[in-house]
Design a protein. Structure first.
Length: 504
């Protein structure tokens, strides 16, 4: 007799008012299997996993665990059944310690009365040892970089000893060594019989880890394939319904006049043994040019952009010359007024404001353009929002829709639209496609090229070398805060960039 599927979705449908997020979704996941769930942003992956993890309980259709129908009333109910999820958008409390976050809502106690902080710290330390990382139980979440915060999310899920683990883009902010560590942990979990649903847009991960691949598009299951019977190109085609060719996204053109020049830029790092987050970095970018900043996690990519945008933790040293004039921005408002705009790497923490709608997000940094005598004119603001929605092809029910109703890729487009409405001469993009599917990436690549054709200067960082090779005219490489290489497009190669990024 064949064992029942560990998970079976049968005709699962979910509607949000007039929008159908999932329609008759049916497939199964085998015991101990790693099933990759692929699809563009907005395809329904996150909605389906919210249903499985108990976040959403109002839906049509049925879910079975080990052959028995279940309908979770909440996340605690799902956890009691052995279902745990690692969210892509980190779900941590910044002012609590890592140990407190891991045990939040299910704290260990003494005599059922007093919190057992020692036991929670000890178990957290054990989990971090298992994850082979240097995070400490007493570290505050807000002091950690996003890659370390992601590891805390993973530790939180491991602490639940789940038999069904949902991983939603778990490597989106991890370094290569952290990714390799996660792969080892996944291997151990599978040896213990844990069933894993793995959501990722990275085809190399999918084809390294998955047994089978299920593709969603527009809320429907397109196909489930054995990993050995398909290819990354076919999965990408099934996800977007068309072929994606990244070779033609950048149209090289002669660069114009210099927009910004950085000379011997250094950023102090008080209290750290290294002393500097950045040290003597020099670079320049011209009109119509895309300059890439490559480097491993902790190399100083984000810190470099923060120095240019007036948002660095410490005042930088060295010279920043913008359009021929030396500048020193005290804050981002001064940078915006001078023509420098930035799109953050951490969309949830620094970009999206949950209580605002799409229109408000787009116009937030340029409300002065919609005002007369200091009073905001709603008609002007609405027209500006609609113009950006149309120009950037943002998929939304309209300007008044909640920003949280949009997929991650379309939220990112709103943040880019916000920056563009300030009419910048220099656009800083910090890992702008992190956690975004291949279709949305392609649209952002085309947008970058269009902006350069219009004469905008762009500096972009990315944790994915192939992305920089696709969109950049030049690439500067950082290693531990120092510039270790600079490459023209004709000299691009992943091997050369990685050699410079590792300081070899």
């Amino acid at each position: 007799m064949t064992a029942p599927a560990r998970i079976r979705f049968a005709n699962v449908t979910k509607r949000f008012f007039a929008v159908t997020a999932l329609e008759d979704v049916s497939f199964d996941v085998r015991p101990g299997e790693l099933l990759a769930l692929c699809g563009e942003n907005g395809a329904g992956k996150s909605t389906l996993m919210k249903i499985l993890s108990g976040v959403i309980s109002d839906y049509e259709g049925t879910i079975e665990l080990d052959g028995k129908p279940v309908r979770f009333t909440g996340t605690r109910d799902a956890e009691r059944h052995g279902v745990s999820i690692i969210h892509q958008e980190l779900n941590l409390v910044g002012d609590l310690t890592t140990a407190a976050n891991i045990f939040l809502g299910r704290e260990l106690t003494k005599l059922s009365v007093w919190l057992d902080d020692a036991a929670m710290r000890a178990q957290a330390a054990e989990l971090f040892t298992q994850l082979e990382c240097a995070i400490r139980p007493d570290d505050l979440i807000r002091t950690l970089r996003i890659g370390d915060q992601q590891l805390v999310e993973i530790a939180k899920a491991l602490a639940l000893r789940a038999r069904i683990l949902i991983m939603d883009e778990p490597t989106s902010a991890l370094t290569e060594s952290e990714v390799a560590r996660l792969y080892r942990i996944i291997g151990k979990l599978r040896e213990q019989g844990v069933t894993i649903i793995y959501i990722s847009h990275k085809m190399d991960e999918v084809f390294r880890l998955a047994d089978r691949i299920t593709v969603l598009r527009d809320g429907k299951v397109i196909q489930t394939l054995e990993r050995t019977a398909t290819s990354p190109k076919e999965i990408t085609r099934l996800m977007v319904g068309r072929e994606i060719n990244t070779a033609g996204f950048r149209t090289p053109q002669p660069a114009g006049e210099e927009v910004v020049r950085v000379e011997n830029l250094s950023l102090p790092w008080p209290g750290h043994a290294r002393g500097w987050r950045l040290q003597n970095v020099s670079l320049s970018v011209r009109k119509g040019e895309v300059l890439g900043i490559a480097g491993l996690m902790g190399a100083g990519r984000t810190e470099l952009l923060e120095c240019l945008y007036g948002s660095s933790a410490e005042p930088p040293q060295g010279d920043i010359v913008l359009r021929g004039k030396r500048v020193r921005f005290a804050d981002p408002q001064a940078a915006l007024q001078a023509g420098v705009a930035m799109v953050t790497e951490d969309r949830k923490r620094y970009g999206v404001i949950a209580t605002m709608n799409v229109r408000e997000h787009i116009t937030l940094s340029s409300l002065g353009h919609a005002a007369i005598a200091g009073l905001i004119q709603f008609g002007r603001e609405a027209a500006a929002g609609h113009e950006s929605i149309r120009q950037l092809r943002i998929k939304t029910a309209g300007g008044e829709a909640s920003i949280l109703s949009l997929s991650g890729g379309n939220q990112q487009k709103c943040l880019i639209a916000r920056a563009l409405r300030t009419n910048p001469v220099l656009l800083l993009l910090d890992d702008p496609t992190r956690g975004i599917d291949v279709g949305a990436k392609a649209e952002i690549y085309r947008l970058i090229d269009e902006l350069c054709q219009q004469g905008l200067a762009i500096i972009i960082t990315s944790s994915e070398l192939p992305e920089l090779l696709t969109v950049c005219d030049r690439i500067v490489v950082l290693c531990e805060g120092r510039k270790t290489g600079e490459f023209q497009r004709e000299d691009f190669s992943e091997a050369a960039l990685m050699e410079a990024a590792t300081g070899n």
